[in-house]
Design a binder for this molecule. Structure first.
Ligand code: HEM
Length: 195
């Protein structure tokens, strides 16, 4: 009797499983860098967000990625990060060098990392309110989408999970997500003075 192949995980679940360690390490590093201790430290956090969202901003306008993920071009948060910097009277640094994922499928992983970070942003947004920031001042890029974070994320996940990818294309996506977390971690170490 033939044993059936193991059921394939939905892509979003494969991405989550493949980046759990990276996520937890980045989460711990962010908390250890105390971004909400003062406006000064929050300024470093904004520069970190500027580096991350700035390097992937171009992916949101990519035609092929928008074909795979309709509505993608409405989601980037880079402009909001720039406005947050301006709100705090901080100069917006030059746009960082854009990332160049090796394939469209690798780019999907980068976008998963960026869009998923909206979930953790709920917690970060609450912390930012304790230092006087809000969706209108300084923490625009952490605020929920008008339709709610949950809905926006579920829609994104449904699009990812609806893609028909081969096993190697899925692995490329996981590789892209890991690379995105690595960029974030390296940028954090580079930008925060004592992280
Ligand atoms: C202190 C910082 C952070 C905290 C406290 C945090 C917390 C969380 C929480 C609570 C979730 C929801 C988990 C779930 O529903 O199962 C989540 C999901 C996620 N976060 Fe974070 N996060 C942080 C930073 C980040 C950063 C910096 C990134 C990306 C650069 C990121 C990427 C993601 C992704 C991709 C998911 C989706 C996981 C999934 O597939 O369900 N997070 N985070």
């Amino acid at each position: 009797m033939q044993v059936p192949p193991p059921a394939q995980l939905p892509l979003s679940k494969q991405l989550k499983a493949g980046t759990r360690r990276e996520h937890d390490s980045v989460d711990a590093l962010v908390m250890r860098s105390r971004p909400f201790e003062s406006l000064e430290r929050y300024g470093y956090f904004l520069r970190l967000q500027h580096r991350f969202h700035g390097s992937i901003n171009g992916l949101y306008d990519d035609m092929e990625l928008n074909r795979l993920l309709p509505g993608l071009s409405e989601l980037p948060r880079f402009e909001a990060v720039c406005t947050d910097l301006t709100d705090l009277g901080l100069a917006c640094p030059p746009a960082p060098v854009p990332v160049a994922p090796t394939s469209t499928h690798t780019a999907l992983g980068w976008l998963y990392c960026s869009e998923g970070s909206n979930l953790g942003a709920a917690f970060l947004f609450k912390q930012s309110q304790q230092i006087g920031l809000s969706a209108e001042k300084g923490a625009r890029h952490l605020a929920a989408h008008p339709d709610g974070r949950g809905l926006q994320w579920r829609q994104f996940v449904a699009l990812l999970d609806g893609l028909a990818l081969s096993e190697s294309q899925r692995e490329e996506a996981v590789g892209g997500a890991v690379a995105a977390f690595e960029l974030y971690r390296a940028a954090l170490r580079n930008i925060f003075p004592a992280a």
